[in-house]
Each structure stands twice: as C-alpha cells, then as structure tokens.
Design a protein. Sequence first.
Length: 71
Amino acid sequence: MTEALDHCRKSKGMEIYGYCIMPGHVHLIFRLALGDPSGLMRDLKGFTSRKIMKTIRDTPIAGANISSQIR
C-alpha cells in the first residue's frame, strides 16, 4: 500500500497529509493539486490490485491454488 501511495504522490501530484493502513481498508487525508480525486482513487485502487495479483501469481504455494480462480 505504501508503494501505491508513493506512486500516486510522485506521478499524480497527490499531497498526503495523513494515512492509516488497516487490514481491510485505508484512511487517507490528501489533497490533489490538479485533477479529479475520484480519478486518483481509481488509479490508486488499480495500481494496488495489479500489485496484489502479481504477488498472488508469483507466490508458488498461493499462486498454484488461487491464481487460476481469479481473472
């Protein structure tokens, strides 16, 4: 999650004032200099989901059981 936040900070102009990463969700206090916050959140979720899917596929034990069931 921190990698995804760093990506949005560097490439999307996200100014992060605070965050709290919980097991099932995240709380963010941020400002976006330009653009639509909903577009930023879409990009953040997409970046995070791609990283999760890559981790699942690259993990031999979990990847063998789970990756074939997930699109």
